[in-house]
Design a protein around this ligand. Sequence first.
Ligand code: FAD
Ligand code: SF4
Length: 673
Amino acid sequence: MYNHLLSPLDLGFTTLKNRVLMGSMHTNLEEIPGGLERAAVFYAERARGQVALIVTGGIAPNRAGAVAQHASLMQTPEHAKAHQVITNAVHKEGGKICMQILHAGRYAYHAEGVSASAIRSPINKTTPRALTTEEVWQTIDDYVNSAALAKEAGYDGVEIMGSEGYLINQFIVKRTNHRTDEFGGSYENRIKLPIEIVKRTRQKVGENFIIIFRLSMLDLVPEGSTWEEVVQLAKAVEAAGATIINTGIGWHEARVPTIGTVVPRGGFAWVTKRMMGEVKIPLIATNRINMPEVGNQVIADGAADMVSMARPFLADENLVLKAIENRAHEINTCIACNQACLDHTFEGKLSSCIVNPRACHETELNFLPTKQPKKIGVVGAGPAGLAAATLAAERGHQVDLFEAAAEIGGQFNMAKIIPGKEEYQQTIRYYNSMIKKHGVNLFLNHRVTANELIANQYDEIIIATGVTPRQVNFPGHDHPKVLSYADVLQGKKQVGKAVAIIGAGGIGFDTAEFLTHNPHHTAPSMDVEKYMKEWGVDMNYSNGGAIEKPKPTASPRKVYLLKRSIGKHGKNLGKTTGWIHRASLVMKEVVHLANVTYHKIDDAGFHISVGEEKQILEVDNVVVCAGQEPLRELWEGLKNKHNSVHLIGGADEASQLDAKRAIKQASYLVAEL
Ligand code: FAD
Ligand code: SF4
């Protein structure tokens, strides 16, 4: 529905000002020493960037509700006082900010987790304790207390987290609520918890305080709420005093990707649209709304009154401002990879952003105008070289950027053609804009040599020449059946009906994804209805939770994904996205083989052993995705001939698919030059 907006960029931006909410993100900033001060700078920059309303990461109303042992609480006047640094900073910029109150329920990663019933979540090892009736009333009081303290702290409102499978959701659905008291049994009883929270909060905080209720409009789990129940809850929440209803999509344990890059742009706006007209208070649409034109379209379609964007504000704090000023082409777009944000959060690390390493590091990473402009030569226009060249030029240095290929982007030019990774082209578009804006001298089709670089008399030379695919060397490695992933992805070689892929790392998975899609068909990531069908979402909402049997499109070829090591495929893929890649290939009936020894490749096929068992895979092609080697020739030739040569990106460290490291390394280097 919204994928036609991937390109070209629609610069029209008339309706969205004051309609963008910066959605809640748990960054872990609140939990580190000095973190509230850092969070204040983080939020203030977004407020300066003209976002209408910010929602903080989830803060627990009591200890049991904390997501992790040391997660933040809003429970005492001291907590409220500590948060004033955030609210003051945002208000100084003319912004508004609400605090999200989140009780994790059975998603708590500590021993004191509680829930409606003692039923363990499939994504948590700990079984929660069922709250007593008295404790449920106490929990309601704790929410109200938290909201009152948020008001004392200077927040403009609160968001009550009622979705994504957290405590309130756990009370609402039968799947997790087996209670027999006043909070269990009938639907009216099961929604009593959220209704009482909203009602009593409104009574406590008075009229002029925003209460956003994040309502799970689509649970995507068995025995989830029916549409009629969701509407009933929305009306009840409105009557109880909510100011705005925000959309929640899918419990964390749902087996449908809801925010990953495979999800089409604005892919779940249809759910909010269904709710339009059922209540009078404003509705907010969420999930994969990453660019102004997507938000504009959602609103123009009558699918929502406002849109929520969360991760896009990690990628670019000035997203709204740039859109208002008709500079949408300058927006550093969130590519929905989760690599530096959610993966970090779930690993207990500080969140940031793959394309913007300054996110959540605003106090330590800054690109200040230089007082001593230098002449800088950058080699390689992949993510590392692009970040280095554009940031150096932004600081006021004179920068020449050399690229051997006919276009910028490096390996992102291969990433962007993987079905489900179309967004990666936005990073290339962004850097093209930055090259023009900051006056980088770009030399395409120019494989630069060491002598040329020396002759140019640069003060600093940055080598970002990237990697080359690693070769295999067993018998038959030079058989015509054997192809490199680069040749396959760049369309230089055709692939037959049966294919084996050597290597099950990130590129192996991506190559399998590429080969299991019919190139003549639109990818599900570009077509909402196809996507919902593929992953088993019932857009007619004919049952509770709106899930049905997935109906994936068949792969045009048989694919084997082989790896030498023992154990599960893809265990080194992203924490929050690895399961999506695995599930996608399972749906395409890709054969996963581990503990494989490669013997030879000949006309008969690929001779391998799986454990002790020998077999021949009768394949037309073998695609090698066996890792990469750094390309350091140029650096080797220069390092003893020039005083200031820097090696960054894949050329420095080629062990993993890691644009995050490449861009971050470039950014920290350039901040100091
Ligand atoms: P590169 O992107 O390799 O760029 C190096 C550039 O230098 C090239 O354009 C090359 O032409 C140029 N060059 C080399 N020598 C010279 C010379 N002498 N003169 C001029 N130019 C020269 N990473 C992630 O983090 N997440 C992902 O999801 C992801 N998906 C991927 C999917 C695929 C299919 C592929 C292939 C890679 C993926 N990656 C991903 C990896 C990511 O693209 C790399 O980590 C990143 O591109 C490394 O950036 P770089 O700038 O160091 O090198
Ligand atoms: Fe978006 Fe990836 Fe940045 Fe997260 S790390 S904000 S998903 S681009």
